[in-house]
Design a binder for this molecule. Sequence first.
Ligand code: FMN
Ligand code: SF4
Ligand code: SF4
Length: 255
Amino acid sequence: MKTTALYFSATYTTKRVVEAVAAELSKETVTYDITNDSSSDAVTIPSDELLVVGVPVYAGRVPAMAVERLRRFKGDNTPAVVIAVYGNRHYDDAVLELHDIMKECGFRTVAAGAFVAQHSIFPKVGTARPDTEDFADIRMFVEKTAAQLAADFGEIEIPGNRPYKVPGGIPIWPTASRKCTGCGACARLCPTGAIDTSSPRGVDKKKCIKCGRCIVVCPKRARRFYGIKYSIAAARFNNAFATRRANEMWFAEKK
Ligand SMILES: Cc1cc2nc3c(=O)[nH]c(=O)nc-3n(C[C@H](O)[C@H](O)[C@H](O)COP(=O)(O)O)c2cc1C
Ligand code: SF4
Ligand code: SF4
């Protein structure tokens, strides 16, 4: 089955999960990375193909920037595998929201998953995930999804609430230390254009979505969240969400 892999992924964990699922399900895959792609050109995926779509969870929701970018993908009652990748706190309403968005765009969810990855703001939570155990879960998810696709399938029940959670946030933004050489990699790869190439140590607080990409792409490890507010939040967060959470999966009913 020809498959489209579609993801928003600032620190590349969602990319890894979506690509692993798509590669296990199909030998013929077309990939769309919408993290830095603001194109509005419509892409239609016909009913005899498959979509594997993934987003990270931001404050229990689909990242607002991803919502806009997902809407140009249109299905024709096309099956979709819906994935949210989250940092070991909780996915809240994000899987349900992603399912709803894709349904509005003409897709029917055959399977959905909430997979755990390293937290992109608090990397001591979920550190180095997805790991070997997670990829074993991903293989099991793919096997069950393939069985669903081979049969006729109906509705799917996904946990979450409507209206969705109202996203909150903490007043922290990443900046660079004196180790910054001004190479500009962070500015080029920032999904929102929040870093000025001529002074890349700073950040435009109005544009920054705290996605963490500038931190992971900096070759000098110069960028991170600094300051007392971050340290306090990190200490609380690391303590509250230290226990390893399991990946969760849901499948449509068999007809
Ligand atoms: C702004 C922001 C909000 C986040 N909110 C949540 C959350 O509500 N629950 C959670 O478990 N992880 C949360 N995370 C962590 C990410 O979901 C997680 O690190 C994910 O793997 C990032 O995906 P990516 O590597 O594809 O960017 C948040 C991360 C960011 C940047
Ligand atoms: S400046 Fe903000 S939006 Fe840009 S990559 Fe860094 S965290 Fe993401
Ligand atoms: S990627 Fe790092 S070294 Fe390069 S400009 Fe950005 S902060 Fe400076």
